[in-house]
Design a protein around this ligand. Structure first.
Ligand code: NAD
Length: 401
């Protein structure tokens, strides 16, 4: 198939990855139908609006919808290129949950035609593209060797997605050479970063390894922060000094590790390579433990206050999102801290300037920074949002900045 602006693209999943990708493709004058199982999401986009917080995205979506290049629907239609960017969480026992990818693939199946390109962007365990290939060919055997199938992971930074979608390099792995080539031709329409050709399994593992690598490095910093606390050493100063070494670059510790990627993807390696993935598993455990450690620290401070004042303190927690300057609460360690303190009977005021207090979805009463500072007895900074830079000195900081 000739890749040019006349192709029609279907994007399955209009979340943090799918919507910006669909919008960027449509901004090149390519016709894109975004498909999502949530009617509210479909309606919002068809009204030229967005349902997530991401700089620049609202203007691009509005422009695309006004010009007729971006539409949304509940079900897919026939197209030339099908992209899948649906969730890939893990189940209770840390096993990858591929049900969303399978269901999106099932929805596409009746629409597939000879010459189509099918690409999975969802972060996936090694072998997922092969599994979906088998699913497609078992249901539509006549398409064997007649469609192109590839895997191309996304590695954007929330908050800077539009820039990174365009400029980041991509690893693109087809189930065969022709699929890799077709997928590269497609991404060349809207990506200016380098496109690196590989096979589907390597592309799948590339994404998992990127996030596992970050997780291991953050675990090192988090472990240091707990050691330094016991040794009465300021961990921020320590890391700053150690990083003066020309070949040392220690990351910053925090409340833990959250989000849809780094806190999840390493388990996709651990669950499949149980005996070999020792550092990767330990890093996950350290980063999870850091969050429990923060909870214990806050509880101890609350107890000290109660013993001194004869009443329980009002605690203010600054930040709920899983990292600075976004509204995303998925797998958020700060949210876990706040919910756990409340569950244990403490009075907690939550401050999250990136989330509308009426619709936070977390069931929490979110108040303004000003009100929290006025009402609190004890304050704890859990997320390094820019707007928290000028918090008073007596706030206990679990994050830098
Ligand atoms: N958010 C990130 O920063 C990021 C970065 C890199 C990779 N990823 C990966 O990208 C994938 C998507 O992540 P996200 O953050 O965009 O998720 P998201 O939850 O924000 O969005 C997913 C969307 O898919 C929709 N959906 C679910 N099942 C569907 C189906 N069968 N058909 C159509 N739509 C369906 C949901 O309603 C939702 O709107 C995941 O695998 C994730 O790990 C995310």
């Amino acid at each position: 198939m000739q890749m040019n602006n006349n192709i029609k693209v279907i994007m399955m999943g209009l979340g943090y990855i799918g919507l910006p990708t669909a919008a960027l493709i449509a901004s090149k004058g390519i016709s894109v139908l975004g498909v999502d199982v949530q009617q509210k999401v479909v309606d919002t986009i068809n009204n030229g609006k967005i349902h997530i917080v991401e700089p620049e995205l609202d203007g691009i979506v509005k422009h695309d919808v006004d010009r007729g290049y971006l539409k949304a629907a509940i079900t897919p239609q026939k197209a030339d290129v099908f992209l899948v960017a649906v969730p890939t969480p893990f189940k209770g026992d840390h096993q990858p949950d591929l049900s969303y990818v399978e269901s999106a693939t099932q929805m596409i199946l009746p629409q597939l035609e000879e010459g189509n390109l099918f690409i999975i962007e969802s972060t996936s365990p090694v072998g997922t593209t092969e599994k979906m290939t088998n699913l497609i060919f078992s249901e539509r055997p006549e398409l064997k060797n007649k469609i192109y199938i590839a895997y191309c992971p996304e590695r954007v930074l929330p908050g800077n997605v539009i820039y990174e979608l365009k400029n980041n390099d991509r690893a693109i792995g087809g189930i065969d050479e022709a699929s890799t080539q077709q997928a590269c031709d497609f991404y060349r329409l809207f990506v200016t970063g380098d496109l690196h050709e590989t096979n589907a399994r390597t592309a799948e593992m590339t994404k998992l390894v990127e996030n596992a690598s970050r997780d291991v490095q953050i675990a090192f910093a988090n472990e240091l922060s707990m050691i330094c606390d016991e040794a009465d050493i300021d961990v921020w100063e320590l890391i700053n000094l150690a990083n003066k070494h020309p070949r040392v670059n220690i990351l910053q510790p925090g409340t833990g590790v959250g989000g849809h990627c780094i806190a999840v993807d390493p388990w996709f390696i651990v669950s499949e390579f149980k005996e070999k993935a020792k550092i990767i598993r330990t890093a996950r455990e350290i980063n999870n433990y850091k969050t429990e450690w923060v909870i214990e620290k806050i509880k101890n401070k609350a107890l000290e206050f109660e013993l001194k004042e004869g009443r329980k303190p009002i605690i203010a927690c600054f930040g709920l999102a899983f990292k600075p300057d976004i509204d995303d609460l998925r797998e958020s360690p700060a949210l876990h801290v706040v919910q756990s303190l409340i569950d244990q009977g403490l009075e907690v005021l939550a401050v999250e300037p990136n989330i509308n207090s009426q619709s936070n979805g977390a069931g929490l009463n979110i108040i303004s920074m000003k009100d929290a500072l006025e009402q609190m007895d004890l304050g704890f900074k859990l997320v390094g949002h820019k707007s928290f830079r000028k918090l008073p000195e007596d706030i206990v900081k679990f994050v830098n900045g």
